[in-house]
Design a protein around this ligand. Structure first.
Ligand SMILES: [Zn+2]
Length: 473
C-alpha cells in the first residue's frame, strides 16, 4: 500500500478497497458498502439512533421521490442544491407531468407534512428523525467522503419559538454529534458555527463538528441547522398560540452520514492499514490459532471456547480458523483491517494457560492468562479507545496554530489549521481559498474573545473571536 506520507489520497483510496470496506458502484460516484464496512456503520448507527431517541426524537420515514415544485418553494435551498439534483422525468413508460427529484435532503417534503400535522401550539415541538439514503450528484466522488448516494440520518424539528429551536440546534450538535464523534469514533471534534459562506442553503445559521484528518485537512463530520421560519413560510407550517394568534413555527434540521466512516479511517489509520476504535470495530479481538498437525484441532477448539467466553463478556471476538492461510498472513490481514487486539494461541501457550496479546498500536506484544482474559481484554479495549482519542487530540493540537501573521497562516494551513481573525466578508474568504486552498471551517463555540484586524485584508475582524481555517474534504 502507498504510505500516507507519500500520497495520503492514494493511501486512502487503496485502503478502503483492500480492507474490504467498499467497492466502486457501477454508476460513477456510487459505492457498494461491503459487510465489514457496513458493520462499522451499523455500530455507529445504533448508538446514534439511541442518542437521537434519548433526546426526544421519533423516527419516521418519508418518500425518496420529491415533487420538483416542493424544492422550488425555498429559493436559496433550490439554488444551493440544484446542480446536485438527480431528476426523474420518465416513469411508467411516459414522460411525467411534473419531474421528481431524488431526495438530496428532506426539509421540503417533511415541511409539507409538518404543515399538515401542526395546527396548535400543543402540537409543538415536533421532533422527527429519518434514516435514509440521499442522492447528490458528485463530480469529484470519493468513497465515504463524497458519494453520489449515501446513507444518513436527518433530524427535522419544529418549535413554537426561536429560543426552543436554537436550543434544539445546539443540543443536536453537542449531545448527539460531538458525543458520538468523541465517545464512539474517538474523534476530537471542534464544535462551531459556520460563516455565512459555508452555511446550509436555506438556513439562518449552521453549526458543525470539525475533525482533523492525519494529513491535516478538516472533515465536517456532522451539521446542525437553525432554519428560522424560512421553511415554515415556504411550507406554511403555522400554529395557533395560546393567545389565539397564528404564527410560523421555527424549524431545525441535522444530519450525520456514512462520511463518518471516512473520518474514522483518516483520523486513526496508518501505513499498515485501518486502526479502528474498539467501539466501532466489527471484531474487537481476533484470535489466531497456531498449530499444525495433531495440535490444530486442539488449539482451534480452545480458541472457539475463548471466543465464546469473550462474547459472554460483551466483547466482539472472532476466531480466524482459515486453514489455508499462514499465521503471518493473518496477522497482516487483521492489522490492515484495523482490529484493536490480536490473540495468538499456540499449543505451548495453551499448555501454559495463556495467549499472546498483540495491540494494533504501540508494538505491545505480551502473554496474558486465558483465565483472566475477558476482564483483561475489556480493560485493554477501553484503554485503546482512550488512547486513540488522546493521540488524535495531540495530533490536532500540534498542527493548530494561532496567528496574526499572514506568512504563518499560509504555513499553518498547508499542514493543519490556523486560528485567525477574519473580517467576515465572503469576498475575503474567497481570496483566502484561492491563495491557500483553505476555507473557514468554523467559529468555535469555545473560542476566547478576540478582535483586531483581518488576517488577510486588514478590515476590522468580525464574530468577536478567531475563526478556524483549514483545507477540507
Ligand atoms: Zn478580510
Amino acid at each position: 500500500m502507498t504510505p500516507q506520507s507519500e500520497d495520503f489520497s492514494a493511501w486512502y483510496n487503496e485502503l478502503v478497497i483492500k480492507a474490504e470496506l467498499v467497492d466502486r458502484g457501477p454508476v460513477r460516484g456510487t459505492m457498494v458498502i461491503r459487510p465489514y464496512g457496513y458493520r462499522i456503520w451499523e455500530l455507529l448507527q445504533s448508538e446514534l439512533d439511541r442518542l437521537i431517541k434519548e433526546t426526544g426524537h421519533q423516527n419516521a420515514y418519508f418518500p425518496l421521490l420529491i415533487p420538483q415544485s416542493y424544492l422550488e418553494r425555498e429559493a436559496e435551498h433550490v439554488e444551493g442544491f440544484g446542480p446536485e439534483f438527480a431528476v426523474v422525468t420518465h416513469a411508467g413508460g411516459k414522460q411525467l407531468e411534473e419531474p421528481l427529484i431524488v431526495r438530496p435532503t428532506s426539509e421540503t417534503v417533511i415541511g409539507e407534512f409538518m404543515a399538515k400535522w401542526v395546527s396548535s401550539y400543543r402540537d409543538l415541538p415536533l421532533l422527527l428523525n429519518q434514516w435514509a439514503n440521499v442522492v447528490r450528484w458528485e463530480l469529484r466522488p470519493r468513497m465515504f467522503l463524497r458519494t453520489t448516494e449515501f446513507l444518513w440520518q436527518e433530524g427535522h424539528t419544529a418549535y413554537a419559538d426561536e429560543a426552543g429551536a436554537v436550543a434544539e440546534t445546539m443540543r443536536a450538535l453537542d449531545e448527539i454529534y460531538a458525543r458520538t464523534a468523541r465517545e464512539l469514533a474517538a474523534m476530537p471534534v471542534i464544535e462551531g458555527e459556520k460563516t455565512p459562506t459555508e452555511r446550509f442553503a436555506g438556513a439562518v445559521s449552521t453549526f458543525s463538528i470539525e475533525a482533523m484528518m492525519r494529513d491535516g485537512r478538516a472533515l465536517q463530520a456532522g451539521t446542525s441547522h437553525y432554519l428560522g421560519t424560512n421553511f415554515a413560510r415556504a411550507f406554511n407550517i403555522q400554529y395557533t398560540g395560546e393567545d389565539g394568534q397564528l404564527s410560523h413555527a421555527h424549524t431545525t434540521s441535522f444530519g450525520m452520514s456514512t462520511r463518518m466512516i471516512g473520518g474514522v479511517i483518516m483520523t486513526h489509520g496508518d501505513d499498515k492499514g485501518l486502526v479502528l476504535p474498539p467501539r466501532l470495530a466489527p471484531y474487537q479481538v481476533v484470535i489466531v490459532p497456531i498449530g499444525r498437525g495433531d495440535h490444530a484441532a486442539e488449539v482451534t477448539e480452545a480458541a472457539t471456547t475463548l471466543a465464546a467466553r469473550l462474547a459472554g463478556a460483551g466483547i466482539r471476538a472472532h476466531v480466524d480458523d482459515r486453514p489455508q492461510l499462514s499465521p503471518g498472513f493473518k496477522f497482516n490481514d487483521w492489522e490492515l483491517r484495523g482490529v484493536p487486539i490480536r490473540l495468538e494461541l499456540g499449543p505451548r501457550d495453551l499448555a501454559a494457560g495463556s495467549a499472546v496479546m498483540a495491540l494494533r498500536l504501540g508494538g505491545v506484544k505480551e502473554p496474558i492468562s486465558l483465565e483472566g482474559a475477558p476482564a483483561r481484554l475489556a480493560d485493554e479495549l477501553a484503554a485503546f479507545q482512550d488512547l486513540l482519542l488522546e493521540r488524535a487530540t495531540e495530533f490536532r493540537d500540534a498542527r493548530t496554530v494561532t496567528t496574526d501573521q499572514w506568512d504563518d497562516f499560509t504555513k499553518a494551513v498547508a499542514t493543519g489549521w490556523a486560528r485567525a481573525l477574519h473580517c467576515g466578508t465572503p469576498e475575503c474568504e474567497e481570496l483566502i481559498k484561492a491563495e491557500t486552498g483553505a476555507t473557514a471551517r468554523c467559529i468555535p463555540l469555545d473560542g476566547e474573545p478576540a478582535s483586531g484586524r483581518c488576517i488577510r485584508c486588514d478590515l476590522p475582524s468580525a464574530y468577536g473571536k478567531r475563526v478556524i481555517f483549514g483545507r477540507a474534504y
